[in-house]
Write a protein that binds this ligand. Structure first.
Ligand SMILES: [Zn+2]
Ligand SMILES: [Zn+2]
Length: 188
């Protein structure tokens, strides 16, 4: 969903959207399960800045985007990579300036709202992009399928939660021991 400055010049935009699975690509870090709902509002904020000509005020058109989202996700366990169901949600209040407007260090904002600053280009921003970033930022630092997850065997890759392997008793998978032979030859 494209939010354009041109539209916001007419009136603020209120939105309530549900994105289907697959509409936003979260990469390997999270998999969306079911609808991802986002509701909020976009406003145009005219920021007055001192321009190049002394005393002249220049108007910068910022977009303030605030709202909240809620969705069900699966996140890979940090140890065994099995998917873990996790509800993610949160609120955001973001300010987007036109890309390039802050590139001149002499430009100084007269008033800066206490919000996070991002940049938009091509006259607007895409809600999906903002939402993707918010969801990825809200991911827990480490997700475990269970507190005592045993993880994967470093040698054979067996998920040790479901079955133990025999690597510890020196009978390693021949494919891997061939590799470790190679590794030790490279080292010497
Ligand atoms: Zn696990
Ligand atoms: Zn093993």
């Amino acid at each position: 969903m494209l939010i354009t400055v041109l539209d916001l010049e007419k009136e603020p935009l209120r939105f309530e959207v549900s994105f289907e699975t697959g509409a936003i690509d979260f990469g390997a870090e999270a998999t969306q399960k079911g609808g991802l709902r986002v509701a909020g509002q976009a406003d145009l904020i005219e920021e007055k800045r001192v321009g190049e000509a002394r005393g002249a005020l220049r108007v910068v058109q910022d977009v303030r985007l605030r709202g909240n989202y809620q969705g069900e996700f699966e996140i890979p366990c940090a140890r065994c990579l099995e998917p873990v169901e996790q509800a993610l949600g949160g609120e955001f209040d973001l300010l987007f300036r036109p890309l390039g407007v802050d590139s001149d260090a002499s430009e100084r904002a007269i008033s800066t709202p206490e919000t996070e600053i991002g940049y938009y280009q091509n006259g607007g921003l895409v809600l999906e992009d903002v939402l993707r970033e918010q969801v990825l930022l809200s991911l827990p630092a480490r997700t475990l399928c269970r507190e005592d997850c045993k993880g994967l065997c470093r040698h054979c890759g067996q998920n040790l939660n479901s079955e133990s392997c025999t690597c510890d008793t020196a009978t390693a998978d021949p494919r891997w021991s061939a590799l470790s032979d190679l590794a030790s030859r490279i080292k010497t």
